[in-house]
Design a protein around this ligand. Structure first.
Ligand code: SAM
Length: 276
């Protein structure tokens, strides 16, 4: 595939405090400390149309953690390629899976300088986990990266994550992008995706479109709310693990739900696919 350019994060914002970054806005939504006023302002702007916007981040993050537990405890996976790792410092992929399967190998990929700096400090003494600087929307760059190839054995099953990332890729060929990644995986591998969602139901669809509009016009750049068909296409012909592509909160929740899901939580889905 051609190398696309039309997504804001192709050029990382650096540690410029006057520009918002995807990683820092996400950190702000999760009540983290590594964000600036300009990042919090993006959330404040989206909150004018969706007061619970931070719940998008929580639903996404909790889904990621449950998927990690599933892969380590049930699927027998012990190597992970986590694309767009983000800034959170608690319950990161390596912490969750290495608690269940010690010595699992985890390679994070990101292009935000703050993420890279944080991760390098945090991972200094962890020889099973590393972070690589690359553009995750250029699959050939990631797959050809020497550190990625050295750390992970692509002849064996691994888990590849695009969690909370692909909605920041604005072109229409996201499914093609994912096919390049999937083609490189051994059979028995898993792909995990979480993505902003337009449920195509009047009231939630309207909410999704309003949030999208705010994100597009924010200093962070875009966030696309895609339809079920568009997101499902990113899994190609992978076999979906039950219950398939569903609201993040409905993918194997930790326990019974006592309160109804907020409106915002209807606007993010996740799923896990297995390469047969
Ligand atoms: N995957 C984590 C999670 O679900 O908790 C973090 C998600 S965070 C919303 C998205 C991450 O993707 C950020 O850390 C951002 O820097 C990274 N990212 C966005 N576009 C990227 C690109 N083109 N190349 C590398 N990383 C990118």
């Amino acid at each position: 595939m051609s190398q696309p350019q039309s997504y804001p994060s192709a050029v990382p914002v650096g540690v410029d405090t006057s520009r918002a970054s995807i990683a820092r806005v996400y950190d702000a939504a999760l009540n983290g400390k590594d964000n600036f006023e300009v990042d919090r302002e993006v959330l404040a702007q989206v909150a004018t149309v969706a007061p619970g916007v931070a719940e998008l981040a929580w639903a996404n993050r909790d889904f990621l953690i449950r998927a990690c537990r599933f892969l380590a405890s049930q699927a027998g996976i012990n190597q992970y390629l986590d694309l767009g790792s983000g800034l959170p410092t608690a319950e990161n992929t390596n912490q969750v899976v290495q608690r269940i399967v010690p010595n699992s190998r985890v390679v994070y990929v990101d292009n935000d300088p703050l993420v890279l700096a944080h991760a390098r400090v945090l991972l200094e003494e962890n020889t099973d986990t590393s972070i690589v600087e690359a553009d995750i929307f250029r699959p050939f760059d990631v797959l050809g990266n020497q550190a990625v190839r050295e750390e992970l054995d692509f002849s064996r099953p691994l888990a590849l994550f695009q969690v909370g990332t692909l909605h920041h890729y604005l072109d229409d060929d996201a499914a093609e992008l994912m096919r390049t990644y999937i083609d490189a995986l051994a059979s028995g591998s898993y792909v995990v995706i979480a993505h902003f969602f337009d449920p195509e139901i009047d009231r939630y669809s309207e909410l999704a479109r309003k949030m999208e509009d705010k994100f597009v016009h924010s200093p962070m750049g875009g966030g696309r709310f895609r339809t079920r068909a568009e997101i499902q296409a990113m899994f190609g012909d992978l076999e979906m693990v039950e219950p398939g592509l569903v609201l993040c909160d409905e993918w194997w929740p930790d326990g019974p739900r006592l309160a109804p899901l907020s409106e915002v939580r209807h606007c993010i889905v996740g799923g896990v696919g297995r390469k047969v």
